[in-house]
Design a protein around this ligand. Structure first.
Ligand SMILES: C[S@@+](CC[C@H](N)C(=O)[O-])C[C@H]1O[C@@H](n2cnc3c(N)ncnc32)[C@H](O)[C@@H]1O
Length: 415
C-alpha cells in the first residue's frame, strides 16, 4: 500500500508544478512538484572511462564539442548541450557510458533512499510498458551492499507506478529501455540516467569472439595512441576476432562507433529533442567516407578466428573492404611500408606448439627486423615481460591495462 507520505508535497528547488490524480480513488489527490534535474540545471554529465585512457578520452570528447572537461576517478566530468550529448554517445570510441545526474542527497539508510527515490517523477522517463534496470555501486557508506541499494531503488520506482497508474514496468537486466545508475559514496547518493543505455564498448559488431579478445574501447584507445594516420596501409597479423581491424575501419571511414545501437538512454530524457537527434545522425552519415580495399587488412593462424573476424567486419563493412586471410605470421613473405598494429598471444602457452612464448617473441622480433622494412609496428604486449625478447629498440612504451593485466603498447620504427 502506498501512503501519501511517500509523495510529500514539499520538494526543494521547484521550477515547475504539475498535478496528478491518483487513479484508484476520487478522494485522494496528490500534488507532485517537479524539480528540474541536476543535468538540466547545469548541463553537466559524467563520462565513465577506463583510468589509463582518460587523457585521450578527454581530448576526444573535447573534439566532439564537450566543454569544461575535468579528469576524475574512473571518468570525466564535462558540460554539453543536448545535441553534443547525443553526438558523444554516437561518436565517442573511448567512453563507456555517459551519466546524466538527476539528484544528489545525503543517504544514511535504505529507508531514506526509498523515500527520496519515490519523490522523483519517474513518469518523466518511463511508462509501465517500458523495462528498466538499476546499476548500483556503494562504497564507505552505511548501506553496505550494492544489490540491496539497487533493490530499494527498484521498489521505489515500481511503487511509484503502481500508485499512479495501477501498473508497473518490468525489470530487464540484459537490454532494458532504461538503465538507472545509483552511486553511494561516503553516505552521499547520486541518482543518474545512463544516457548511453549500457556500455558503449558494445558496438554490436562483435557477433563472434575468440580467446582473449580485446575490449573495443581499448582497441580504439590503442589505435589513437599509436597515431595511425588513416593513410598508410594498416595490417594486424594476429587479428583474432578482428577488433583492431574493425576499430581501424570505423576510424578511417569516420563511421560512428554507436551506429549499430538500436537505442540510447538519452531518448528517454524528458527534454529529448528528436529533431536535434535526427540532425546529429544525418550530419554523421554525410561525413562517412569509403576506403580502398588494401587500407585495413589482417590475418590469423586460426581458421576459427579468421571466420569470426570476417563475420564481425561484415556487420558494417558490407563491401568487404577489410581483407582477412588465414596465415601463420612466420609464413608471411614480407610486410613492408605498413602500419603493423597487433596484440600477439600472451599469458597462455601457445596451442598446438611446443614453442614457449619467450622464443615466440624472439622470432617475432626477427620477423620485424628482416621482413618489415619501412614499416612502423605498434605492438600491444598483454604481458610486458615479453618486451625484452623482441630484441628491438623501441621509440616509446605506453601503459594500457587490459582486464586487470598491466600491458604495454610499444612502438618500433623498422628501417
Ligand atoms: C591475443 S589474441 C588477439 C586478439 C584480438 N586482438 C581480438 O581482439 O580478438 C592472439 C591471436 O594470435 C593468433 N596467433 C597465435 N600464433 C600465431 C601465429 N604464429 N601466426 C598468426 N596468428 C597467431 C591466435 O590465434 C590469436 O587469435
Amino acid at each position: 500500500m502506498l501512503l501519501r507520505s511517500h509523495f510529500p508535497p514539499k520538494y526543494t528547488n521547484c521550477e515547475t508544478k504539475r498535478q496528478f490524480t491518483w487513479p484508484f480513488t476520487t478522494e485522494v489527490r496528490l500534488m507532485f512538484v517537479h524539480t528540474m534535474y541536476i543535468y538540466q540545471k547545469t548541463n553537466r554529465y559524467f563520462a565513465q572511462v577506463a583510468d589509463d585512457i582518460k587523457e585521450i578520452a578527454a581530448a576526444e570528447i573535447q573534439d566532439l564539442g564537450a566543454t569544461e572537461v575535468r579528469l576524475a576517478y574512473r571518468g570525466l566530468y564535462f558540460e554539453a548541450s543536448p545535441d553534443v550529448l547525443y553526438c558523444l554517445n554516437l561518436r565517442s570510441a573511448l567512453v563507456h557510458r555517459i551519466l546524466a545526474p538527476l539528484l544528489t542527497f545525503d543517504c544514511h539508510s535504505d529507508r531514506y533512499l526509498y523515500k527520496t527515490a519515490a519523490k522523483i517523477q519517474w513518469s518523466d522517463f518511463l511508462t509501465p510498458d517500458h523495462t528498466f534496470a538499476v546499476f548500483a555501486t556503494v562504497s564507505n557508506s552505511t548501506i553496505r551492499h550494492s544489490k540491496f541499494a539497487a533493490l530499494r531503488l527498484k521498489d521505489a520506482i515500481v511503487d511509484y507506478f503502481r500508485a499512479t497508474t495501477g501498473k508497473r514496468p518490468s525489470i530487464e537486466t540484459q537490454s532494458p529501455d532504461l538503465w538507472i545508475n545509483l552511486r553511494i559514496h561516503n553516505n552521499r547518493a547520486t541518482l543518474s540516467i545512463d544516457t548511453s543505455s549500457g556500455s558503449l564498448h558494445r558496438r554490436r559488431y562483435r557477433l563472434q569472439t575468440v580467446e582473449a579478445p580485446m575490449i573495443e574501447t581499448l582497441a580504439a584507445a590503442i589505435l589513437k595512441a599509436a597515431e595511425w594516420d588513416c593513410h598508410q596501409p594498416l595490417y594486424d597479423p594476429f587479428c583474432g576476432s578482428g577488433t583492431l581491424l574493425c576499430e581501424a575501419y570505423l576510424q578511417a571511414t569516420q563511421t560512428p562507433p554507436g551506429m549499430l545501437r538500436s537505442h540510447f538512454g538519452f531518448e528517454r530524457l524528458p527534454d529529448f529533442d528528436l529533431r536535434q537527434w535526427e540532425q546529429v545522425k544525418q550530419a554523421c552519415s554525410q561525413n562517412t567516407i569509403t576506403i580502398s580495399k588494401n587500407l585495413v587488412a589482417g590475418s590469423d593462424i586460426s581458421k576459427t578466428a579468421v571466420a569470426a573476424a570476417r563475420r564481425n567486419a561484415n556487420t558494417f563493412d558490407q563491401h568487404g573492404n577489410i581483407t582477412i586471410h588465414q596465415r601463420d605470421i612466420f609464413q608471411i613473405d614480407k610486410l613492408e611500408q605498413k602500419f603493423i598494429l597487433c596484440n600477439p598471444p600472451y599469458g597462455v602457452r601457445l596451442k598446438n606448439s611446443q614453442e614457449d612464448l619467450a622464443t615466440f617473441y624472439k622470432r617475432l622480433g626477427d620477423f620485424l627486423k628482416q621482413r618489415c622494412r619501412g614499416s612502423t609496428a605498434c605492438i600491444y604486449f598483454g604481458d610486458r615481460q615479453y618486451i625484452k625478447h623482441i630484441g628491438l629498440r623501441s621509440s616509446w612504451k605506453k601503459p594500457f591495462s587490459n582486464g586487470g593485466l598491466d600491458g604495454r603498447l610499444v612502438k618500433y620504427v623498422l628501417y
